[in-house]
Design a protein around this ligand. Structure first.
Ligand code: SAM
Length: 239
């Protein structure tokens, strides 16, 4: 998988060299390219923003540097196999299911907005050429798309076959099909007693059936309590 990042702060993506993502790059599972959008400006100040048409506060990212960057990095031919991600508070919510879909694509280009955002024609143009995803990390506003692009990258790349040493750990995670899309049950490890708090007895019983039932019940309880939007009627009906 090839990952490109277009940003006025490409240094944000240095962290992709750390930890498991760094290992994935070394092992050739992903190729990472961070680009400075200002490389496609032509004035002395390397300007990427201008005032909003129609007035209002803040600045908007000009389309010209984006267009030139696209031409050079992606090309000038339409190609739906290229996925272009625009992190945006007004995008579709980013979910595990979107991460799954993206984990099987060959190429993702992340376009990181700053200021008030990117001139909308850039998104319309990209949509006419490639497969575009406008995705939101949540109902809050970040300063720029870089942190969102990093979060999306981590969620996607850990699902790429070969990334996880033990792929079974993916099957049992929150939101996964193995969990019926529910939240994960609470986790414990040794020591069995710590600061007056004990590991639930059932987990030390060695009884696989009882352990599985306890975990399932806890998943359902937690999901109903914290994320009722995730419990579908099927799962509730079975319990
Ligand atoms: N004017 C925008 C609005 O009101 O929706 C906020 C712009 S924000 C300061 C600058 C950039 O941060 C956005 O263009 C986007 O790339 C990124 N961003 C901010 N919040 C985000 C979120 N919740 N999810 C994804 N990206 C976000």
């Amino acid at each position: 998988m090839r990952l490109d990042y277009l940003s006025i702060f490409p240094g944000y993506f240095d962290v992709l060299g750390i930890s498991l993502l760094g290992k994935a790059a070394v092992n050739g599972l992903v190729d990472v390219y961070a680009h400075d959008l200002r490389d496609w400006t032509h004035d002395r100040h390397r300007t990427v923003d201008d005032t909003p048409c129609g007035g209002g506060a803040g600045m908007v990212m000009k389309p010209d540097p984006w267009g030139e960057a696209f031409d050079e990095i992606i090309g000038t031919e339409p190609d739906p196999s290229v996925h272009v991600v625009f992190p945006s508070p007004s995008g579709e919510p980013f979910t595990q299911s979107v991460a799954h879909d993206l984990s099987s694509v060959e190429r993702i280009v992340f376009c990181c907005g700053r200021y008030e955002g990117i001139d909308h024609r850039v998104i319309d143009y990209a949509r006419s050429m490639w497969t575009v995803h406008e995705v939101s990390l949540g109902d809050y506003v970040l300063n720029g798309g870089e942190v969102a692009a990093l979060a999306i990258t981590e969620a996607v790349v850990r699902l790429v076959p070969g990334f996880m040493g033990n792929p079974q750990s993916l099957a049992e995670e929150s939101f996964s099909a193995g969990q019926d899309g529910l939240l994960e049950y609470p986790l414990f490890t040794r020591p069995v007693s710590w600061r007056g708090l004990d590991v639930p007895e059932v987990l030390m019983s060695g009884h696989h059936g009882r352990i599985a039932k306890w975990r399932r019940d806890e998943s359902i309880r937690l999901t109903r309590e914290r994320r009722p939007d995730l419990t579908d009627s099927d799962v509730s009906a079975r319990h």
